[in-house]
Design a protein around this ligand. Structure first.
Ligand code: GLN
Length: 284
């Protein structure tokens, strides 16, 4: 790659990408969009246009990193979630489409309430807090994370989407430093189990603190579920993103602490278990 001459045109740049294993043309075009500042549609309609050498050089270097397996979102610094663009860095997990299901469940639950106090535990890049602020104008949201670097990314995203005035950011390990009560606790906790953590390629690039759920993947759930009753209103609800094979076990943990609540396991769009909901109100 080092010895390759710089691509002179957009078409040349896309050809360079075709020669690399595991790099799709969608990813290559996204890198070109990032390095040239031109829209994807413009690039595809102007393939013979010449490429600025500085942009071409940056493109080649990012392309090499992509071919090494570095995620596109970290190279461009952006990932779309629920129709909004979010800044991401190596300090935060890359937003996953499955998490949109978690947001949608909370929105369906809260949409008819006139006011709602929510806490997003382990906010990371802030996608859940910011999207909820956008979709629920009546919500006041506290977003917590144990990582100050992640909180800085989340704050930036809240400002970019004009949601910073309705989100309070707090450095806290789960709910340890948080003052409730809340109507809803929402969390995409780290839930990857120890053995999977060693074999999954994501952990090479993404922060371990955002993925590591302890030996059985459930450590963070146990801790948060134990804290939840003190931080919820008597009719408050809990919304947890889970791994596809954790539904039964997380529901059982919730049942121990909330024996009277209505507890459900809901699938994502792929049909895999993805969200556990705990509604105390339906049990009243
Ligand atoms: N869904 C993520 C993955 O499997 C895990 C996210 C998490 O631990 N919260 O890569």
């Amino acid at each position: 790659m080092e010895t390759r001459s710089l691509p002179a045109t957009i078409a040349d740049a896309l050809t360079c990408a075709r020669e690399l294993d595991g790099v799709t043309s969608i990813e290559a075009t996204a890198l070109l969009t990032h390095t040239t500042g031109q829209e994807r549609s413009w690039l595809l309609a102007h393939r013979e246009e010449s490429l600025d050498p500085a942009a071409a050089m940056q493109y080649l270097s990012l392309l090499a990193r992509l071919a090494e397996g570095e995620p596109l979102a970290y190279l461009t610094g952006i990932r779309e979630f629920h129709g909004l663009d979010f800044s991401v860095s190596r300090d935060v997990l890359i937003p996953r489409p499955e998490t949109e299901e978690l947001v949608d469940v909370v929105v369906r639950w809260a949409s008819n309430m006139t006011s709602v106090r929510l806490v997003d535990v382990g906010t990371g890049s802030g996608i859940i807090a910011v999207t909820l602020a956008e979709l629920l104008p009546q919500a006041r949201i506290t977003a917590v994370d144990v990582s100050p670097a992640a909180l800085a990314v989340a704050r930036r995203n809240a400002e970019a989407h004009h949601a910073a005035d309705r989100i309070t950011f707090l450095e806290s390990n789960l709910l340890a430093g948080v003052d409730g009560p809340f109507d809803g606790i929402v969390a995409n906790l780290p839930y990857v189990a120890g053995d999977d953590l060693r074999t999954l390629s994501v952990t090479h690039w993404e922060p371990r603190v955002a993925l590591d759920g302890g030996p059985d993947g459930l450590s963070a759930f146990r801790a948060l579920i134990a804290q939840a009753p003190q931080e919820l209103t008597p009719t408050g609800a809990l919304f947890l993103e889970i791994g596809f094979d954790q539904g039964e076990r997380v529901a059982a943990l919730c049942r121990e602490i909330f024996p009277q609540a209505a507890i459900q396991v809901l699938p994502d769009l792929a049909g895999l278990d993805r969200v556990v909901t705990v509604y105390q109100a339906e049990a009243l």
